[in-house]
Design a protein around this ligand. Structure first.
Ligand code: 9MG
Length: 269
């Protein structure tokens, strides 16, 4: 029997938005956000992903200034108080610029550096970048998403974005890819991506899976609401890691860490 390593990186989600779908507003205050970041680190998070604008379809748009004022003080506080990598979830070049200057280790861009100016900002830095696939925009993405072959189509998208990044001088060793569960995908698309997750390994890059508390979990469990999706979320994280995910983006760090530790003990090298 061949043994593998299942020591995936745990990225803990820290939303500092009033309207994020799964923890809307809970960590909006500065003190609560820092407390939550400390808790996630104590539970085993390797990276904290800080987001100041929700990506849900009905989310209120946030100005550049508001996003900067929500996110950057938290980046600075976490940088000075905790020994953890910091990711900033943003698609705005100005926020990227501030985040990089404040010491972020990763820019997590659900628009894969397609917004005007994003590529230039990131080519001027050494920070890692997560390129996520999304069909459409957050507002329109769930209006009948269609693919010829969902995994092949997403892989073609990565081919193109990796080319664009290479031309802009962004080296491959800075890039993480992410098929973007729930971003312009039906339940069937999401399930197929999860089953065929290891096909994204052909790029030779770290692959991130973000499934935590998403509506696909609720749908599989008979329209379960967001607060009762923990077990389903952990199960999908485990499947993703068994199928090659290097990083899992999760809300429930303790539960995910326990499940990964058990997986590694039983199945790991
Ligand atoms: C911000 N955000 C929400 N869901 C996400 C996912 O699945 N991947 C990444 N990279 N970011 C996400």
């Amino acid at each position: 029997m061949t043994m593998k390593s299942f020591n995936a990186t745990i990225m803990g989600v820290l939303n500092v938005t009033p309207d994020s779908f799964s923890d809307g507003g809970r960590y909006l205050s500065f003190d609560n956000a820092i407390k939550q970041a400390k808790l996630m680190v104590s539970q085993g998070a390797d990276v904290i992903d800080i987001g100041g604008e929700s990506t849900r379809p009905d989310a209120i748009e946030v100005s550049e200034e508001d996003e900067i004022s929500r996110v950057i003080p938290i980046v600075k506080a976490i940088r000075s108080q905790l020994d953890v990598d910091i990711s900033v979830d943003t698609s705005k070049p100005k926020v990227m610029e501030y985040a990089v200057a404040a010491g972020a280790n990763i820019i997590n861009d659900v628009c894969a550096l397609q917004n005007d100016g994003a590529l230039e900002v990131m080519s001027d830095s050494n920070t890692k970048i997560c390129l996520m696939h999304m069909q459409g925009s957050p507002r329109t993405m769930q209006n009948n998403p269609t693919y010829k072959d969902v995994v092949d189509d997403i892989k073609s998208f990565f081919d193109k974005r990796l080319n664009v990044c290479a031309k802009a001088g962004i080296s491959k060793d800075r890039i993480i890819i992410d098929p973007g569960f729930g971003f312009g995908k039906t339940l069937e698309h999401n399930l197929e991506i999860l089953r065929r997750f290891n096909e994204f390994k052909t790029f030779g890059l770290p692959v991130l899976a973000g499934l935590s508390r998403k509506s696909m979990i609720g749908a599989m469990l008979g329209n379960r609401d967001v607060d009762t999706r923990v077990t389903g979320s952990v199960t999908t994280a485990i499947i993703a890691v068994q199928n090659g995910a290097d990083i899992v983006r999760v809300h429930d760090v303790l539960e995910t860490k326990d499940a990964l530790t058990v997986l590694q003990s039983v199945m790991g090298e």
